[in-house]
Design a protein. Structure first.
Length: 359
């Protein structure tokens, strides 16, 4: 077996080498993290960019087996922010020099929803004099809808594939037209063709998932040539079908460790993309997000959703910071990021270097 140092020196990793990195322990694991930290520093620097996260609605038309806001969860307390509440949150991000916002919500389709997002994009651009960058994360739409939103001012889009393995995908989603693997894949291609910076990601530590699946996910992201990635540990939610498989899961700490390795290996494979440090990391480890920043991540998404709604956007259990307001989150994060040895890129879009290099 070749030493891990030889694998880390390669420009490209095979599937087997990725599995080896993802299952590394002790000194090998430390070597992986040391290398990914160095590669991050050399390629994207030690600046962390903020994306103010506005979780504007937990009303969703989909029924994914892992998600707390799935349509079939009758216990979810549904909400939908008013346009004014969304714009107020965007104004907070602008005045706090965050540089960008993310509009995230349950997956809905239809002309009324399309028009609403279009209107909000234009108004956010107006209130910030065009200075706030805008990422959307509202699921699968038609190519025409993606075009309209791009024209209205969105320039980044996060659409998580959740698993790039078709068989595993259908173990965590209903097998029907509403949850088509092919359609989700096509949506990613449509986003790229429209001109967005495209982001995707997966859950790490799912039931039925193996290191082979995760290695395939990383190779999928490389082949798709993504510009940004948001991925984190799977955390189970009581009111979902996957809850019954909780006994098959890796311990939370192991899922956390695997998520860090995924971030580290992706940083080595795609040196100049943006990688988000997921909130779910903090749900397992109080300084989980900072650990991810040290070994490869360079994006943080402070939650700027009005505090009264936060507990209802519960995709998983033990979601952190649900009892805070946006200003609390800002002060807390500033201190945490400086402690992790990084600086904050205030008032900057922090666009993917990878995207700029390709275009």
């Amino acid at each position: 077996m070749i030493p891990i140092s030889e694998i880390l020196d390669k420009d490209y990793f095979t599937h087997e080498e990725i599995v080896r990195l993802l299952t590394s322990e002790n000194e090998d694991r430390s070597a992986l993290f040391a290398r990914s930290s160095k590669v991050k520093e050399e390629n994207v620097g030690n600046i962390v960019y903020f994306r103010g996260l506005i979780e504007f609605s937990n009303i969703c038309g989909k029924n994914c087996f892992y998600c707390g806001i799935r349509k079939g969860n009758k216990k979810a307390n549904r909400y939908n922010l008013t346009d004014d509440e969304i714009l107020e949150a965007a104004r907070f991000a602008f005045e706090s020099n965050y540089g960008s916002v993310v509009l995230q919500g349950g997956e809905l389709e239809g002309e009324a929803f399309t028009l609403r997002i279009e209107r909000l994009l234009k108004r956010i651009k107006e209130l910030s004099d065009g200075r706030l960058g805008i990422t959307l994360s509202v699921g699968e739409q038609t190519r025409d809808v993606y075009r309209r939103w791009f024209a209205a001012g969105a320039h980044r889009y996060l659409l998580r594939i959740e698993s790039s393995d078709r068989e595993l995908y259908y173990k965590i989603h209903p097998r029907d037209e509403k949850h088509s693997f092919e359609r989700r894949l096509q949506a990613l291609y449509d986003l790229r063709d429209t001109g967005y910076q495209v982001g995707t990601g997966v859950m790490i530590g799912l039931p039925f998932q193996t290191p082979d699946h995760l290695a395939g996910d990383l190779l999928f992201m490389k082949a798709l040539d993504i510009d940004m990635c948001g991925m984190g540990p799977y955390i189970e939610h009581t009111d979902t079908p996957l809850w019954e498989y909780r006994d098959q899961l890796l311990p939370l700490e192991a899922r956390f460790d695997l998520a860090l390795k995924m971030i580290a290996v992706l940083r080595l494979m795609m040196k100049t993309i943006n990688i988000a440090s997921a909130t779910a990391l903090q749900a397992i480890d109080p300084i989980g997000r900072e650990k991810a920043l040290k070994i490869g991540a360079n994006i943080i998404m402070p939650n700027i959703t009005p505090g009264v709604y936060r507990d209802d956007y519960k995709l998983y259990e033990n979601k952190p910071c649900t009892d805070e307001e946006a200003a609390d989150c800002k002060n807390c994060l500033e201190a945490r990021i400086h402690l992790s040895g990084n600086k904050i890129g205030y008032d900057q879009w922090g666009d993917s270097i990878h995207f700029k290099q390709r275009n």
